[in-house]
Design a protein around this ligand. Structure first.
Ligand code: NAD
Length: 243
């Protein structure tokens, strides 16, 4: 069996999968025969994506709500069978100086970008440990390894995702459950449009990140960084105005 053959029939849950990186990943995995469950807070976009691409399951999911996450995973398992892979992808990236950020926005970033990842991992892991099989993939960011002005709370959330994922890998070593993080560079999506693309160095396409996730599922690794061109990251770091 080649690497990507192993993806066929895997049940993969993608949070925030109605558009952007999540949707591109869903499409790439569906083409390889995976059973795809998309969960997203944006019901309208979920419905549209469900119509365009014949995914196996799509529905409303708020990653910050325990009941919503549990019900979603229950529905998926009832319809498609045990979850093989959970991709914690949902995220938001409001930009601006910290002193101008409302407390509501600060909490929302942390709620979705880190609490949602912890919550989803906890619920899925409990099920995966019983079967001694599973893979949790957390979409972090290169921002999780750097310090980008204008994105302090977002950067903090992505540093936290990396620390969280690395800790789970240690804590559950030998249990049959794998943990990986993906660190995309600036990517051309609605979220990425909040930041200008570096001149001469194209932002990544969602399909670039999707391809990295596919490789990760075929052959689990701790971490995968996705950049489009050598040096892209340093340009990305310098992108935001220093104030
Ligand atoms: P996007 O805005 O295109 O898509 C994000 C999706 O998450 C949307 O469909 C949105 O409705 C959904 N979502 C938001 N809150 C949710 C919630 N509470 N519950 C469920 N779904 C929710 O963004 P994207 O660029 O595709 O980003 C996907 C992930 O990749 C994020 O974690 C982001 O931080 C990360 N990332 C993106 C970039 C980039 O430049 N685009 C770079 C590095 C990392």
């Amino acid at each position: 069996m080649t690497g990507t053959d192993s993806i066929r029939s895997k049940v993969v849950v993608i949070t925030g999968g109605a558009r952007g990186i999540g949707l591109a990943t869903a499409v790439a995995l569906a083409k390889l025969g995976a059973k795809i469950a998309i969960g997203d807070i944006d019901e309208k976009t979920v419905k549209e994506s469900g119509t365009d691409y014949d995914f196996d399951h799509y529905g409303r999911l708020d990653v910050t709500d325990q009941q919503s996450f549990t019900t979603f995973l229950d529905d998926v398992e009832r319809e498609l069978g045990p979850i093989d892979v959970l991709i914690n992808n949902a995220g938001i990236m409001p930009t601006g100086r910290l002193v101008d950020e409302s407390d509501q926005i600060t909490r929302r970033i942390l709620d979705i970008n880190i609490y949602g990842v912890i919550l989803g991992s906890k619920i899925a892991l409990t099920r995966m440990l019983e079967r001694r099989h599973g893979h949790i993939i957390n979409i972090a960011s290169l921002a999780g390894e750097t310090h980008i002005p204008g994105l302090a709370t977002y950067n903090a959330s992505k540093h936290a995702v990396l620390g969280f994922t690395d800790t789970l890998r240690e804590e559950y070593r030998g249990t049959g459950v794998e943990f990986s993080s993906v660190l995309p560079t600036l990517t051309r999506t609605e979220l990425g449009s909040g930041v200008a693309a570096p001149k001469g160095l194209p932002a990544a396409e969602p399909e670039d990140i999707a391809a990295a996730v596919v490789r990760l599922i075929a052959k689990p690794k701790a971490k995968t960084r996705v950049t489009r061109a050598a040096g892209a990251m340093s340009v990305f770091v310098n992108l935001l105005p220093q104030s």
